[in-house]
Each structure stands twice: as C-alpha cells, then as structure tokens.
Write a protein that binds this ligand. Structure first.
Ligand code: DHE
Length: 527
C-alpha cells in the first residue's frame, strides 16, 4: 500500500534510472526487505521515481526499471545512480539532498524486487472522501466587485496550499489547503471555480466569487494524479469536471459545482504500436475543447489521444474516439485556433499534433530532446505566421512549429532558439511581444529567466538573473505583466512589467510557489 509522506521534494522528478542496460549479464539475486523497509521504500519511490518510471516500473517518461533490467546491475551501481544521478537523465537525488545514502541503498534493493501493485480506488472510496464545504445554495449569486478574473491561484507545492492573489492589488486574498503536492490548477468555463489536483489524487475546488475566495468542495479521485479540467462547451459551462489519474489508471467525471463523482472510466489497454497490455495506462494532460462537448485526454503508456464526448453523459453514454499518436504522451496545449492539440511524447523527442475537428493525427513532429511544453506558447512569427513552441527537458532549445495548415511549412519546426539551460516552461500572451522561458533544470542557469523577442526572432534573447531558482511563467489578464516563481521554501512570486522587463513587485512569504494560474487566461486557454 502506498502511504504518502507529509512533505514532498522540490526536485524536478524527471528521472531516468537506467541508461544503457547491459544485456546478457547474469541476474543478481533478488534482495529481501522487511515489511518496514518495504513501506519506507514504497514511499520514497512514490515521491521520487513513480512519476517518470511508473508505479509498475514499466517506464514512460523514464525507462523500464523492472527487476528483469535492474537485476542486471549490482546494488552498488544502482545505489550510485540513485545517489549521484546520470548525465542528462536521472536527477542526483542523494547529492541534491532529497534522499540519504541509506535511502539510496534501500531503493536500490527495492527496484530489484517485483513492484507491489498499488490498491484500487473505486466509487465507494471516492464517495467516502467527497466533502462539500459550502453548499451551492450558500454561495454568492453574483461576482464580487473586485476584478476577480484577474485573480491568480499560486500553488505552494511542498505545503499543499493554494494562495489566491489579486492580480490588480497583488494582495493575497486567502491561502487554501489543497492536499499533497498539488500539481496544477484549472478553471470552470465561467472562470468562477478554480480546481486543483494533487499528486495524491485529491481534487479541490475554490469559489472565486466568494470574498475571500474559499474552498467549497473536495474529493479524492485516486492514489496518484496530475490533471484536471472542466466542460467548456456552450450549454455545458461549469457542469462537469474531469480528473485524469495515474493510479488507478482511469478518468473520473465529477459534477462541476460540487465535485460529486459521477462516473469512472478505466484507461488500461494496449500500446498503440505493439499492442502490449498496460495495466498502468496513465492519464497525463487533459484539455477541454471550446468547440465541442469534448475533452482531449492523453494516455501516456498507450500513446493514444482520447477524445471524450460528454454531451450524453446524463443519458449514460460516453463516446470515446481513440487516436494513435506516440508513446510517453505527457503535457500539451492548443494552437491559437483551439482546433489542433499539440502534445509532447517526451521520451520519443516528438510533438504529436491532433486535429480535433477531423479527429485524426496530423503528424508526429521530431523536435529536440524530451520536449516539455507545459501548454506551450502561441504567437505570430514575422516570417512563418502562426506558430506554437515548446522547450525541452533534455537540452536548452526552443522548437517553434508552424501551426498554419494553409502554409507549405505547416507542422514543421520552422525556427529554433538556443537556451542556455534545460527548461521546464515557456509562456507568452497575445498582448506581449516577448516569449519567456525558465531554465529550471540546468543547475548553472536555473536562476535565469530568458526572454525572446517575437517581433525580432533572430535577436539574442534578454536575460534576467534572480537570486533563487526560477520556475514557471504566467501572465495577468491584460498581458502586461509576467509572473514568475522563485522556487524555494522562502519563495516569492516576482511580477515583471512586460513593457520594460523591470521587476514591478515581489510577492513574498510563499512556500515553494510553483505553477501560477490566472483565472482569465486559464479559462480562455491563453498561452
Ligand atoms: Fe508536472 C503539468 C505530470 C513533475 C509542475 N505535469 C503537468 C502535466 C502533467 C504532468 C501530465 C499536464 C497537466 C495538464 O495540462 O492537464 N509532472 C508530471 C509528472 O509525471 C512529473 C514528470 C513527475 C511527477 O512525479 O510529478 C511532473 N511537474 C513536475 C514537477 O517536478 C513540477 C515542476 C513541480 C511539481 O508540481 O512537482 C511540475 N506540471 C507542473 C506544472 C504544470 C505541470 C506547473 C502546469 C503547467 C501549465 O502552465 O499548465
């Protein structure tokens, strides 16, 4: 049984435990662990390893580390990898201070033992965990006078809280508990409700009309999750939310105003290319269509993009369209027309493009090493027209892809920008002339924000140096401020004036501020 630690690391859990397994080697003997050691190892594995390698360890973002592979290495070699990391892959968990030498020894043995299968999480458990803190009848009936669409939800990851900050006054309006290692926030179609999903599968919803904004409902949808979105199509505004779980591999449809669990749909199945069965078939990113009553869900292990039509849910029908794309699907976003969805298959160095109108794969585009767009960034390039871009985990590079189907160069990489650091996130806004990139996972450059000029794409980028690690960028509603996080337990959100690129405000007192989500931009998918 996976138990959760009280606190989670600040490291980027992009780990690649095994690089170049030596074939033909004799298997090492299977180690044994006491039940206490197993429990401890399971917790550490959940925190540091499972996001990339999977609970069953068959790999996706990180490689397969089942005992058939790990027992070809000695315990000493595994311990070294776990403690010191590998070049360009596995983080140095020990050296970076997240695990002790003893933890590394324990984990080395753990990964040579068959992976325990985590427990199921069914409707009964979800219903038991479901809490409505403020019934709909007791909520405000009209929005507050404040410019609530310019509120930001800021994830304080390691303390499992969301700070709601007024984007106009920069005041923190409320700090709302949201569970273990909250991952992302999304909004309802009206923007009124802000939804959080934690790594522990807990979904929480907050009402932006309340003064101050407050927690109105929560439910635990599984054991391990990363994504949440809502029904955004006309006629279904604020009606449903959907959570994608890593474990159990399923998605759960919830009522939009109370989070009551309505329907669980399993995603286990067969890889799109080799038709191998995957019990662990994780739901990675989810986006809501604005043009159809549909969600786009990305099944990581299967390499399948699922279009889920929710329009007949109240009659007991869900219609799924399965589109073969590429394995290791992870994060992605809309092009500027919101017809095409671009998603990273990070371990395949690929961006898969799906046409949600013609309901087909447009193309798998080779980009740099391990693309990681977040939701990406859209703008108009002076030479190539409409483009969308991604940064990469594996190299300092921005790949810029033409998204205008009328052009000959559509769906090709039309431009590349060099970054000094391997990056996590990229962001822009229609009203900004800049494209901002962090360099979070390059230890020599992680305190630098890099800023490219859309109007002069061959000009060298500008850089702003900070005193702490920079992560994630989000704009305010008007697109004249870029908000970045200084990622530390004594963290800050720094507001940058987008015209002058000068620091306008430092919002202090935040613990590991990570993703920031502006209500208006999140609702309207502006990035
Ligand atoms: Fe994330 C987005 C999964 C590690 C911060 N992350 C996503 C999405 C997925 C995902 C599937 C897309 C959600 C969507 O759009 O529906 N992330 C994972 C992992 O599996 C991984 C690699 C390992 C893990 O164990 O969690 C992982 N992610 C991280 C981090 O280490 C980060 C930097 C800090 C944290 O929360 O632990 C991190 N991920 C984020 C953020 C987004 C995100 C801020 C949303 C970006 C946006 O602008 O939309």
């Amino acid at each position: 049984m996976i138990k959760l630690l009280g606190n989670v690391s600040a490291a980027v859990a992009v780990s690649f435990l095994m690089t170049g397994v030596v074939s033909g080697k004799e298997l090492q003997p299977e180690p044994s662990l006491s039940s206490e050691e197993m429990a401890k190892a399971e917790n550490i594995y959940f925190d540091r390893c499972s996001g990339c390698h999977g609970a069953l360890r068959k790999g996706a973002t990180g490689p397969d580390i089942t005992p058939a592979k790990t027992r070809k290495k000695t315990l000493a070699k595994l311990e070294k990898i776990l403690y010191e990391g590998t070049d360009g892959g596995m983080p140095a968990w020990g050296k970076d201070g997240f695990i002790t030498r003893d933890d590394a020894k324990l984990l080395a043995k753990f990964v040579q033992i068959e992976a325990p299968v985590p427990p199921e999480w069914d409707m009964k458990k979800m219903q038991e965990s479901w809490k409505v803190h403020v019934p709909v009848s007791e909520r405000p009936t009209k929005p507050p006078k404040a410019n609530w669409q310019n509120y930001f939800g800021v994830v304080e990851r390691d303390v499992g809280r969301i700070a709601i900050i007024d984007g106009d006054t920069k005041e923190t309006l409320n700090v709302i508990p949201s569970g273990y290692a909250t991952h992302i926030l999304r909004t309802s179609a009206s923007g009124r409700y802000l939804y959080a999903i934690g790594r522990d599968g807990r979904a929480s919803m907050m009402d932006m009309w309340a003064s101050p904004p407050n927690l109105v409902a929560e439910v635990r949808t599984g054991i391990d999750a990363r994504s949440i979105d809502t029904s955004k199509y006309k006629g279904f505004e604020d009606k449903y939310a959907v959570v994608g779980d890593y474990w159990p591999s399923h998605y759960v449809i919830l009522t939009g105003d109370t989070l009551e669990p309505l329907k669980i749909v399993g995603t286990t199945g067969y890889t799109h290319d080799t038709n191998e069965y995957r019990l662990e078939s994780r739901v990675a990113s989810i986006v809501a269509s604005h043009h159809a009553p549909e969600w786009v869900l990305n099944l990581k292990e299967m390499g399948v993009v699922l279009l889920v039509d929710y329009s007949k849910l109240d009659q007991g029908t869900i219609t799924e369209t399965m589109i073969d794309a590429e394995r290791a699907l992870h994060d992605g976003g809309w092009d500027s027309t919101k017809r095409y969805f671009l998603v990273a298959a990070n371990m395949r160095d690929t961006i898969s493009v799906v046409d949600t109108v013609d309901r087909k794969l447009v193309k798998n585009i080779k980009v740099g090493t391990k693309p990681h767009p977040g939701r990406g960034a859209n703008w108009v390039d002076p030479e190539f027209g409409r483009v969308w871009a991604t940064v990469h985990l594996g190299e300092g590079l921005v790949s810029i892809i033409s998204t205008d189907p009328s052009k000959d160069h559509a769906w090709t990489v039309v431009r590349e920008w060099e970054l000094d650091g391997n990056s996590l996130f990229i962001k822009t806004h229609d009203n900004s002339k800049w494209v901002y990139c962090d360099n979070t996972i390059n230890l020599n450059k992680d305190k630098t924000l890099t800023i490219f000029d859309k109007t002069n794409p061959t000009a060298p980028p500008k850089e702003i140096e900070f005193d702490k690690k920079v992560v994630h960028i989000e704009f305010n509603k008007d697109g004249d401020e870029a908000w970045i996080s200084l990622w530390d337990k004594e963290g800050e959100v720094v507001v940058i004036d987008d015209k002058t690129l000068k620091v306008k405000k430092r919002i202090k007192g935040l613990h590991t501020p990570t993703g920031k989500f502006n209500v208006y931009n999140t609702t309207n998918d502006i990035y």
